[in-house]
Design a protein around this ligand. Structure first.
Ligand SMILES: [Zn+2]
Ligand SMILES: [Zn+2]
Length: 224
């Protein structure tokens, strides 16, 4: 509602070319999605499955829309840090373009967000993406993971992040679905998604798919 009002007062503009009316126009969307990201979401080794054998740990398939750069980076930053809640619609459209049809029994879930981030941003950005994607694909959404600790990874070294991620999640135990699509917004090291997927597998999920909007470029200063 607030977004709609804001759109009337200050209409959205394409974060890539500047055209008004949408936060990402179709032509700029095509620029982002036309070249599939075909590398492991952890180590970037080429992989059409989106995850290399070394990092698969039970993940059937992984998808990343693109590197976090250019228009996609601006859009994600606005969504996460400037409360552009409606950015979720555009980001989910990108996911919808990149992901193939999934079996109808797939349950969509999100990587749980650190609570202090939700307080600052006013909404749970990963959960909103996962819920919207589920609705768009007519799949069910359920929260399947909780965070054991609310460690903030910003600025932590790779080794520390790996250790934090390994202990971060616990399953919400109620009937466990057979197949799950786990969604996050940005992949940095990939450990978070890796261990969240592992937790689901250990809880009894047979098939785990993972999807993220963007992979953090190696040379870029880390953002949360
Ligand atoms: Zn554009
Ligand atoms: Zn890998």
């Amino acid at each position: 509602m607030f977004d709609k009002l804001l759109q009337i007062i200050a209409p959205h503009y394409c974060y890539s070319c500047g055209i008004t009316g949408t936060s990402l126009c179709l032509s700029c969307e095509y620029d982002i999605t036309s070249e599939p990201y075909s590398a492991c979401f952890v180590c970037r080794r080429p992989s059409r499955r989106g995850v290399c054998p070394h990092h698969s740990s039970g993940i059937s398939q992984a998808w990343v829309v693109s590197e976090r750069e250019g228009a996609l980076e601006r859009l994600i930053d606005a969504y996460k840090f400037e409360r552009l809640r409606s950015g979720s619609v555009t980001l989910v459209r990108l996911l919808d373009t990149v992901l193939p049809n999934l079996p109808a029994d797939v349950t969509v879930t999100a990587v749980p967000t650190v609570r202090s981030h939700i307080r600052v941003r006013g909404y749970d950005h990963a959960e909103l993406l996962a819920k919207r994607f589920a609705t768009k694909r007519n799949l069910s959404y359920r929260q399947l993971l909780t965070r054991r600790a609310n460690n903030v990874q910003r600025g932590a070294s790779r080794a520390v992040r790996k250790k934090q991620a390994a202990a971060a999640f616990a399953p919400c135990l109620s009937d466990i679905p057979a197949s799950v699509l786990l969604i996050d917004d940005v992949v940095t090291t990939g450990f978070t998604l890796l261990y969240a997927a592992k937790t689901l597998r250990q809880a009894g999920v047979e098939t785990v798919y993972v999807a993220a909007i963007a992979k953090q470029p190696l040379d870029q200063k880390q953002k949360i």
